[in-house]
Design a protein around this ligand. Structure first.
Ligand code: FAD
Length: 404
């Protein structure tokens, strides 16, 4: 029998930064890495470096609760998130890397008449956009998720739920590593421990960046720095409609499989799934204050667990293993910003806030197009900075009300 292929010692090279590149991407989270991959693979732009001040995938990419879905309300959002979900469906094969992508279905619970109306409206809107959304009554919810408390006499009774069967979760680290390996193989330099400290601009045009490892010149610079985008944009004199907040999550000890799907509740404010290894993965809400620290307040976690126990009394005996936080960049309409900027050849991908993991492939795909063609793809054209001048906001607070 032939010996199995040897596992490579490294998934990507660790090159020294060169003095100049065609394109620099700032931030090696999922969005930066996906952008680099699609630039090289789909647009033939391979003289690219991704600059990361910490370690690759160590920001929100490695800190999120990995919920993937596309059941957003407005046509613009449905189009970009559904494009992303379709990319997810072929991504492991495309990257030749196991992403543990599991389409186990997502329930968004309704606990009052308003939730029911909002949920039904969203299901109708989703179906008109070709998205697999269904409305379930409480008995159907209980059939899908038997451990949930669905009796009518609790504080927040389950009156029904929207259900997207194609939604689910993936393993975030694997997604970062899969994109990194594939981008590296196409010639992209992934440079860790390299903080961008200034943007170099001459006559309204970006020419490079200052970093903790020296000056690097570039034809184009693309920001993909999530919670730190306003700091970087400030170096170019741009003031963005973004606020950065800590967002926390936690995992329990490993349990036998008990939770077959993802459950989200806006009113109770719970979102929970069970990871492949067995831990319950639960997200909390954002801390109300603005902060760049990757830690949040204890009372947020306390309230989150109290809420989780109302829906899942069976979790009462599970121990919390770890809690952590990321820094999320939130816009006034809970929708992202992806496009060009008033500075020539400087591009912006931010504002994914509490929900950008699911968008990783779609965001990288449209951002690469925007950088390569110097104009947005039709999928991200509604998501440029312009909407904050024209007023054409895409208010997804309903679909994005739970941080996820
Ligand atoms: C607790 C939590 C739960 C979440 N749950 C979900 C979920 O279930 N589903 C979902 O869809 N989304 C979720 N999100 C949101 C999602 O994680 C983010 O929207 C998404 O990861 C942001 O894109 P990114 O991966 O590129 O960001 P990041 O991984 O944060 O990448 C940005 C990178 O830029 C780097 N950087 C910053 N400044 C500089 C600089 N000056 N120089 C060089 N590098 C710099 C950072 O170090 C970082 O690595 C969650 C987020 C958190 C924190």
């Amino acid at each position: 029998m032939a010996a199995p292929p040897e596992h490579p010692a490294f998934l990507w090279r660790n090159p020294e930064p060169r003095r100049s590149y065609d394109v620099l991407i700032v931030g090696a989270g999922g969005h930066g890495l996906a952008t680099a991959y699609y630039l090289a693979r789909l647009h033939g732009i391979k003289d690219v470096a991704v600059l990361e001040r910490g370690w690759l995938g160590g920001g929100n990419m490695g800190r999120n609760t990995t919920v993937i879905r596309s059941n957003y309300l407005w046509d613009e959002s449905a189009a970009i998130y559904e494009h992303s979900l379709k990319l997810w469906e072929g991504l492991a094969e495309d990257l030749d890397y196991d992403l543990l992508f599991s389409q186990r279905g997502v329930l968004n619970l309704a606990h009052n008449l308003h939730d029911v109306r909002e949920g039904r409206r969203r299901v109708n809107a989703n179906r008109l956009n070709g998205i697999d959304a269904e409305w379930l009554d409480a008995d159907q919810v209980a059939a899908i998720c038997p451990i949930m408390e669905t009796s009518p006499d609790v504080r927040y009774p389950v009156l029904g739920a929207t259900y997207q069967p194609r939604a689910g979760i993936a393993k975030h680290d694997h997604v970062a590593w899969g994109y990194a390996r594939a981008a590296d193989a196409l010639g992209v330099d992934l440079i860790q421990g390299c903080e961008v400290t200034d943007l170099l601009i001459q006559s309204g045009r970006i020419t490079g960046v200052e970093t903790s490892r020296g000056t690097i010149r570039a034809g184009k610079v693309a920001l993909a720095a999530a919670g730190h985008t306003s700091v970087l944009a400030g170096m170019a004199g741009l003031r963005l409609p973004l606020q950065s907040h800590p967002l926390q999550a936690l995992v329990s000890e490993l349990l036998e499989p008990v939770l077959p799907c993802v459950v989200m509740s806006n009113a109770v404010h719970v979102y929970v799934s069970q990871a492949h290894k067995g831990e319950l993965v639960m997200g909390a809400g954002v801390d109300a204050h603005v902060s760049y620290s990757q830690r949040g307040s204890v009372h947020v976690i306390e309230r989150q667990l109290a809420a989780a126990l109302e829906l899942f009394p069976i979790f009462a005996r599970a121990h919390v293993l770890r809690t952590w936080a990321g820094v999320v960049d939130v816009t006034p309409d809970a929708s992202p910003i992806v496009g060009t900027t008033p500075v020539e050849n400087l591009y912006l991908n931010c504002g994914w806030g509490t929900g950008g993991f699911k968008a990783t492939p779609g965001s990288g795909w449209v951002y690469a197009h925007t950088i390569a063609h110097d104009e947005p793809h039709p999928l991200n054209a509604p998501f440029t900075l312009d909407r904050f001048f024209t007023g054409a906001l895409i208010d997804e607070h309903g679909a994005a009300a739970v941080a996820h």
